[in-house]
Design a protein around this ligand. Structure first.
Ligand SMILES: NC(=O)c1ccc[n+]([C@@H]2O[C@H](COP(=O)([O-])OP(=O)(O)OC[C@H]3O[C@@H](n4cnc5c(N)ncnc54)[C@H](O)[C@@H]3O)[C@@H](O)[C@H]2O)c1
Length: 320
């Protein structure tokens, strides 16, 4: 996104990704040029913030007019596990908010919209190893269904109206600053807190569950590099596959144990196991991202665990 005179709006700014994307965008484009917006009150931080429900089109339009918004990073979502507990809410929040954003972006002649899709857009019949960019997508969670629908909507607004909408299919995101928001990959964050606080963790997926993951600094850099890429370089306005690493819950626990030898991880799969089993296993094929806009991850499992523990040791109390 260019730092033109019109401002950038980040919806869902208080969530796991938003709380790290907003500071990164403010550093790049200037604090006053990035407006944060969430239904949850802001915990801390400086810069413009609007408390709003973005399924309310009038409220969203009011923010767009007030701040002269020229581009939107639309992060609002009900995630996979939370969505299975309340599918109606997942559909209405995820789809209505996206339609509002796309319609208002057109109406206000915006430069660009960024909307994250997810590996949850894949399903049980998707090839689970080296999952290709264009493949079978038959998700069986409401969250996944909203991601496929959202990708199709974004592509529709690009093809029919020429709106510059950009989607990335994020894998599970690991981070330390903010707790994750009710996804199936939350165990890959909770394990660090359990390990530091109590020296143990009961994992809600089985030890051999493999899911593609990414460390937050890579996820933030991906969003910024992708939205800065020239439009002429892009070949799809459905979601771009995006990959970094892929490991089992057991491999993650083993890597944590290398740093904290007394750590014990046990496994008690719950309803989230079924969701995890319907997603790709290995690093998905992100050759299109690498070729079209130069994507290259920097964090593997080893670097991620080391960096997570370095940060969390300072803030999480515990025996160690
Ligand atoms: N975190 C991941 O592992 C992951 C992986 C793949 C894709 N994604 C996608 O990235 C985006 C951001 O994910 P996240 O992990 O930061 O989610 P999150 O749940 O942590 O944050 C979402 C934010 O949206 C806000 N919100 C919910 N309903 C709202 C409404 N009606 N109006 C305004 N705000 C509302 C919530 O308060 C929350 O702060 C989502 O689209 C998600 O699907 C995330």
């Amino acid at each position: 996104m260019s730092s033109a005179k019109r401002k950038i709006l980040v919806t869902g700014s208080s969530g796991q990704i938003g709380s790290e994307l907003v500071p990164a965008l403010r550093e790049r484009y200037g604090t006053q040029n990035v407006v944060a917006c969430d239904i949850k009150p802001l915990q801390e931080g400086s810069g413009p913030f609007e408390l709003a429900d973005v399924t309310d089109r009038e409220a969203l339009e009011g923010i767009i007019r007030k701040h002269r918004i020229g581009s939107i990073y639309h992060l609002v979502s009900i995630l996979s596990a939370a969505g299975e507990m309340n599918p109606n809410l997942a559909w209405s929040v995820n789809i209505e908010s996206l339609r509002n954003v796309l319609d208002l972006a057109l109406q206000h002649k915006m430069e660009q919209v960024f909307w994250p899709s997810s590996i949850a857009a894949f399903g049980p019949h998707t090839p689970r190893i080296h999952t290709h960019q264009l493949t079978v997508m038959d998700p069986n969670t409401m969250y996944g269904i909203t991601k496929v629908t959202g990708e199709l909507l974004c592509n529709y607004y690009f093809v029919k109206y020429g709106l510059d909408v950009r989607c990335l299919r994020y894998p599970g995101i690991i981070s330390w600053k903010t707790p994750p928001g009710g996804g199936t990959t939350d165990y890959a964050v909770a394990i660090f807190h359990g390990a530091l606080r109590e020296g143990r963790y009961e994992c809600f997926v089985a030890a051999d569950t493999v899911i593609p993951m990414m460390y937050m600094p890579d996820a933030i850099r991906a969003a910024i590099e992708f939205t800065s890429a020239p439009r002429s370089r892009l070949h799809t306005h459905l979601g771009y596959n995006l990959a970094a690493m892929s490991f089992s819950a057991r491999e993650l626990a083993k890597e944590v144990k290398r740093h904290l030898p007394g750590f014990v991880c046990t496994y008690k799969p719950d309803a989230r196991q079924k969701i995890a089993d319907s997603w790709p296993k290995s690093i998905i094929d992100d050759r299109c991202s690498r070729k079209d806009w130069g994507w290259k991850p920097r964090f593997n499992l080893c670097r991620t665990v080391e960096d997570m523990l370095n940060h969390l040791r300072v803030v999480v109390p515990g025996p160690r």
